[in-house]
Design a protein around this ligand. Structure first.
Ligand code: ADP
Length: 496
């Protein structure tokens, strides 16, 4: 019976104590509960709780006003608690001191002390097991509360870090996005949201993500989309296995590069063009001076010859100026094509007439090859005439003087693509080096060889060709081999 009563009592105490602990939010609540339950067994006068802040730095977190010891007097008892590391009752000169240490990883981190005026010997003996259990139980709760606080603290630290990195990423101009292996978006910074990527950009980003997952590597890409240049880069994040994609609009940088290059080309152009102007001007000046100085003594034939040279050189200068003017008008978009139906072969024949003199001067033969009786296409006949003229003039100018037979020909034929006619200008001239093939269409570009520089030019002819064909939505292609020859082709839609 006695045993049953003891068990009942034990259970009642434990359940009351558990209820108290259930609502405990902080260590002090646990100490309050312990104090409450201890008072059932011991006649405790007053309490005090000390907590460790640093290696030898203790503070009192709670003390009854009637607790008879000052903080400084408690140091030896704290040491005692650290040595014993378990519940103990220590006799004093007057009364007893109950010491309850709380441990973390085997180290004493706080101590509850209770002052008892009477000897607790008997009550301790009777209730030893219950007190032992309560001490053990409250130790666990204190440890859990501490862990809980640490988790909260570290969650707060993490939250702070997250905010810190988010602010950093948001302040970047680059649009950052993070993708998982299902190509689903898991993170974006503000720049990405502002950029609001279009469908085509998203496609590129997703392809890069797939590529990075498959080659497990960083990937970069530069692409022009809707008139803007973008630079993309990916980074594998590892854990978790995700891919970060950065995207930057580099149109301004590209534009700057373009302007710099243009600037350099312009400088070269100025020196080229001065040379082009100087030669005919020097000739005109020299002949005009001769005529002035020996006006009376010149026979008529010589005078005529001199006048002819002056005229030819003036015409040449006029031609140069006209090309420059045409080009600047094209550049300013003042020469929109006036689209109509016209016979391409007729224009080629016209060009053939215009280049007769050049053909003689450079000793080049010319032919038109076509099986078509006519090739009526849609376009601006004047502008296409200029395109053909520039191409044919180059085919003649850049002849190979080492070859005995030099030829230039224009081929007009049905395109492989239905509904179009292709025109090809071919020559057996000096050819264009592979690395220059794309550049010949740039403004003021001339292939840098002595062969080219022995021929007069401005580096504008093919830029004009490209500009005009661009306006016609036609593409010009070039095939060339040094020492063999070159061929330039473009296609126009048939009329009707
Ligand atoms: P240019 O006024 O110098 O002829 P173009 O724009 O017409 O300017 O041509 C640019 C450069 O391309 C030329 O300087 C020359 O080096 C090269 N080129 C053009 N056409 C030919 C060709 N048919 N054969 C060889 N080189 C050519």
């Amino acid at each position: 019976m006695q045993a049953e009563a003891a068990i009942d009592r034990f259970l009642t105490i434990v359940s009351t104590f558990s209820r108290e602990l259930n609502t405990a939010k902080k260590a002090l609540d646990v100490y309050h509960a312990i104090v409450k339950v201890l008072r059932r067994f011991f006649d405790i006068h007053s309490f005090c709780v000390l907590e460790q802040k640093g290696p030898s730095d203790w503070i009192s977190i709670w003390s009854d006003p009637t607790f008879p010891f000052g903080f400084d007097e408690l140091t030896p008892y704290v040491q005692l608690a650290q040595e014993r590391r378990s519940f103990s009752i220590y006799p004093l000169d007057e009364g007893h001191l109950l010491i309850l240490p709380s441990l973390k990883s085997g180290r004493v981190v706080s101590v509850l002390m209770g002052y008892l005026q009477d000897d607790p010997e008997e009550s301790l003996r009777e209730n030893e097991s219950v007190v032992g259990f309560i001490m053990f139980f409250s130790g666990l709760v204190l440890e859990n509360l501490r862990l809980y606080r640490e988790v909260l603290d570290s969650a707060a630290v993490q939250e702070g870090l997250k905010k810190y990195y988010q602010t950093m990423l948001d302040s970047m101009d680059e649009a950052i996005s993070v993708w998982d292996e299902n190509r689903s978006l898991v993170f974006t910074n503000q720049s990405y949201i502002r950029a609001d990527p279009s469908e085509s950009i998203l496609e590129i980003i997703k392809d890069l993500v797939t590529q990075s997952y498959s080659n497990r590597n960083h990937n970069t890409l530069e692409k022009e989309i809707a008139g803007h240049f973008y630079s993309f880069g990916t980074v594998l994040l590892g854990n978790p296995d995700q891919v970060l994609v950065s995207m930057e609009d580099i149109s301004n940088t590209k534009e700057l590069e373009r302007i710099k290059k243009l600037d350099q080309i312009r400088t070269e152009f100025v020196s080229n063009i001065s040379h082009e102007f100087r030669t005919p001007l020097a000739a005109i000046k020299a002949y005009a001076e001769t005529i002035r100085d020996s006006f009376g003594s010149l026979d008529e034939e010589t005078g005529q010859q001199f006048m002819m040279t002056i005229l030819e050189q003036s015409e040449h200068l006029e031609g140069l100026l006209n090309r420059l003017l045409d080009f600047s008008r094209l550049e300013n978009q003042a020469m929109r094509p006036e689209i109509e139906d016209f016979d391409l072969i007729e224009q080629v024949r016209d060009v053939e007439q215009r280049v007769q003199k050049m053909l003689q001067t450079y000793a080049v033969s010319f032919s038109i090859e076509t099986k078509l009786p006519e090739a009526v296409v849609r376009g601006d006949p004047k502008q296409i005439n200029q395109v053909v003229f520039n191409l044919v003039a180059n085919a003649i100018k850049y002849r190979d003087t080492k070859k005995l037979e030099r030829w230039a020909k224009v081929i007009v034929e049905e395109s492989e693509e239905e509904g179009k006619v292709t025109l090809t200008v071919e020559d057996n001239g000096i050819g264009i080096p592979e690395e220059s093939a794309d550049k010949v269409f740039e403004k003021f570009y001339r292939v840098d060889t002595s062969l080219t520089y022995s021929v007069e030019g401005t580096g504008l002819g093919l830029a004009v060709v490209k500009e005009i064909l661009d306006m016609h939505r036609a593409v010009i292609t070039v095939k060339s081999q040094i020492g063999i020859g070159s061929s330039f082709s473009f296609s126009l839609p048939k009329a009707g």
